[in-house]
Write a protein that binds this ligand. Structure first.
Ligand SMILES: C[S@@+](CC[C@H](N)C(=O)[O-])C[C@H]1O[C@@H](n2cnc3c(N)ncnc32)[C@H](O)[C@@H]1O
Length: 210
């Protein structure tokens, strides 16, 4: 059956090969985010990663938990993630093409959701956060890293719609770290850790469901 891809999925499909080859922008900050997440993971946990891209984070966190289910709207991203999984020989990660908004857990009870570099790419972060919260129980973990251009790159608010119209960018929303933290709290989470490594870097937030 041929699947009709959304505009966003088609954009990320076009980007996938280049995305897979591009180096991590700030490897030191990335490692610290992995470490801060691992501090809160434990071997019995089942983790869902939304917008997993080419799967690097899911594969890095898998040894610390029972399993990771990682989803992404882009079939090409997922194909690359599966190739990386085979190469790494890691068995407890499952990659699936799926959209966060329509995702159903299929009987699995997740203990944690990871959302790395995705909340600024959905059209309504509050809807996305409500969906994520609906997948978790009180005390469960939510970890996100989000580009908050409202902090120090406000001009992007004007550039983003033009870039989208020209098919150069996907949907990109511009908001501040404070606005994001407010949305996460309003969605039913308590923020436990907030870290922005420097100017023009993504805001890392660790939260637990209320
Ligand atoms: C900037 S990339 C980040 C990939 C990865 N999390 C990382 O940190 O490298 C954003 C990813 O989110 C995916 N994505 C965007 N909207 C999505 C949605 N509604 N549901 C699932 N994945 C989505 C895109 O296909 C893309 O692979």
């Amino acid at each position: 059956m041929k699947m009709t891809l959304s505009r966003e999925a088609r954009f990320w499909d076009r980007m996938a090969n280049r995305y897979a080859k591009s180096p991590i922008a700030d490897p030191v900050a990335y490692e610290e985010k992995l470490r801060l997440t691992q501090e809160r993971l434990s071997p019995e946990m089942r983790v869902l990663e939304v917008g997993c891209g080419t799967g690097g984070t899911a594969l890095r966190q898998a040894p610390f938990v029972t399993d990771v289910h990682a989803i992404d709207v882009s079939p090409r991203m997922i194909a690359i993630a599966n190739a990386k999984k085979a190469e790494a020989g890691i068995g407890n990660v499952r990659f699936d093409v799926d959209d966060l908004h329509g995702f159903t857990p299929d009987g699995v009870r997740y203990d944690a959701v990871l959302a790395m570099s995705i909340l600024h790419l959905v059209s309504d972060r509050d809807v996305a956060l409500a969906k994520i919260r609906s997948l978790l129980q009180p005390g469960d973990l939510f970890v996100s890293s989000t580009v908050c251009m409202g902090d120090d790159l406000k001009i992007f608010k004007w550039i983003a719609p033009i870039g989208k119209a020209l098919r150069l960018f996907p949907t990109v929303r511009v908001f501040t770290s404070d606005a994001l933290a407010h949305s996460i709290t309003a969605a039913g989470f308590d923020i436990r850790h907030r870290w922005k490594p420097g100017p023009r870097t993504a805001t890392f937030l660790v939260a637990t469901a209320r």
